[in-house]
Write a protein that binds this ligand. Structure first.
Ligand SMILES: *Cc1c(COP(=O)(O)O)cnc(C)c1O
Length: 394
């Protein structure tokens, strides 16, 4: 079965829902048991395997988990109430006081905040590592390193990691490999084929696809799943019924939207490269990008989220305001992966500690992160052209 068929069929069971194509929305906390024997039997059911209580899973959340698992690979998927929870839950589930965590230096900002805040307070030490470390990660692994965490391409600067090389060294040392796979979506990177043990999706982004929900998914291989399931249960995480419904609706068209995002992102990326105001475009699916070879080796497609850097002479706040104010189609806002285009300034040097940014020889101007939505690409390019013209006149 191919992914397009999986995206359409996975998790569906019309026979269980009076023939309805989609699982109904289960708004429920209490599940009633018809007899004392049934109540007693429910206590034998592992949380997350039956319908015993709203938090522990409903036919709606199970359908959504199975649909995501079918695309991502792995053994089981568990839903969380946000993408950030999908990052923090497996870390809390697998780390204890005295353990050491290797975290990629280009991790999503709030992931760093969690490591430097709650994890540190609980006695877990984090070392940030260069996203380009590859097999060199072995030099950083300590006897107490329990988790190696990846995000590829990285937030803001989009460096591609050598996932199999890092996973191989981590596994030799008995560490668990976790990866935030949100950028590629479950369609364009298959984490379990590259040595990842636990894969994280912010459903909020491309799976949701419509900027109307927040949810996360944690998919584990069979070995690590019992730990993750336990952590998920202890923290009381679950998907909310209406967000699960919206996530399923988004997922059914993911394979139709993603190729369009990929193509439109590349079109705008190539157009930006030709503009005299722009020093660099950071997009691993473009040939000039330092991460292109790894992207081509391991990925099946590309997201439409990337970044570019202005020449230093266009990098004042007045230039930014001239570019960003009065854009017609690009919104300024956080998150991404929806149907609409976004553009915001980013400050990569503020988030990194293991490796300086910009790297030697790379441009020093202001960078911006761009998300290309499903609008007409020509309209988007016209909008950007007008904005860059306004900026140049400052
Ligand atoms: C947005 C994002 C998250 C968090 O998702 P939320 O649902 O906003 O909490 C995690 N990882 C990455 C890479 C993201 O872009």
């Amino acid at each position: 079965m191919k992914d397009a068929t999986r995206a359409v069929t996975a998790g569906r069971n019309p026979g269980a829902h009076s023939g309805a194509v989609n699982p109904p929305v289960y708004h429920c906390s209490t599940i009633l048991f018809p007899t004392f024997d049934a109540l007693k039997a429910s206590r034998q059911i592992t949380s997350g395997d039956g319908v015993t209580y709203g938090v522990h899973g409903t036919p709606g959340t199970y359908a959504c988990e199975e649909a995501i698992r079918a695309l991502e690979g792995g053994f089981r998927t568990r839903l969380c109430n946000s993408g950030l929870q999908a990052v923090t839950m497996p870390l809390l589930a697998c780390l204890s006081a005295g353990d050491h965590l290797l975290m990629v230096d280009t991790a999503y900002g709030p992931t760093r905040t969690f490591c430097d805040g709650m994890l540190r307070r609980l006695g877990v030490e984090t070392t940030y590592y260069d996203p380009l470390v590859g097999g060199g990660i072995r030099e950083l692994i300590r006897p107490n390193t329990r988790v190696v965490f990846l995000e590829s391409p990285g937030s803001w600067t989009f460096e591609v990691q050598d996932v199999p090389a890092i996973a191989e060294e981590a596994h030799k040392a008995g560490a668990i490999v976790m990866m935030d796979n949100t950028w590629a979506s479950p369609l364009y990177f298959k984490p379990f084929e590259h040595g990842v043990d636990v894969s994280i999706q912010a459903i909020t982004k491309y799976i949701g696809g419509h900027s109307d929900l927040v949810m996360g998914a944690v998919t584990s291989n069979e070995t690590v799943y019992p730990k993750v399931r336990q952590g998920w249960q202890e923290l009381g995480l679950c998907g909310s019924p209406d967000d699960v419904f919206l996530a399923m609706r988004g997922l059914r068209s993911l394979h139709v939207r993603m190729p369009r995002h990929w193509e439109a992102g590349l079109k705008v990326g190539h157009w930006l490269m030709e503009r005299p105001e722009i020093a660099e475009v950071m997009h691993p699916a473009m040939e000039h990008d330092p991460g292109h070879a790894l992207w081509k080796r391991d990925f099946l497609g590309a997201a439409s989220l990337f970044a570019f850097t202005l020449h230093e002479e266009f990098s004042t706040e007045a230039h930014l305001a001239a570019l960003l104010d009065n854009l017609e189609h690009f919104g300024m806002g956080f998150s991404w992966g929806g149907y609409e285009s976004l553009l915001i300034p980013i400050y990569p040097s503020r988030l990194r500690t293991a490796t300086p940014w910009p790297k030697q020889g790379r441009p020093k101007g202001q960078s911006l992160r761009i998300h290309i939505g499903l609008e007409d690409t020509g309209d988007l390019i016209d909008d950007l052209a007008a904005g860059l013209d306004r900026m140049r006149r400052v």
